[in-house]
Design a protein around this ligand. Sequence first.
Ligand code: ZN
Length: 148
Amino acid sequence: MLVELASLELNWLRRRHDKSIPLPRVAIDDSLLYTGLYCWPCAEEHPVDGELVPLDRGLIVLSTAWIHSDAEAGAALAHEWRHHQQFHAGWRLGEMAAWNPDGEGYETAIYRYFTENPKETDALLFEMAASPAPHHEYYMDIIRGEWT
Ligand SMILES: [Zn+2]
């Protein structure tokens, strides 16, 4: 189901220097195969659970199928917001980073995702600072090679 949220829920992430950044749309789509998705602003539309959403302001999509607590929701929102900041700071975001937990195992997928993609490393560090959540400790154990 597409639920397009008012953008007020992003105001806690907009620090003083971010106020010039236009707020993206935010939607919930439980058919998403991962926690969150960011689409940068452009003239196209993106399908969210069968409905086309304009990308004129950019779009953050979260899946509550993968989010199990307020802390995880905050972290996911902060993560996708960071990609929005990156876009407005001039980063070339390019393709989505490869995410293949079935092919290589969950811990290896986490390690590769957050260490081989600068935009994802940056977004992880941002979400950890903006909205700490219990899973961050597990992620950091993996990144340090201390999960075995
Ligand atoms: Zn990301």
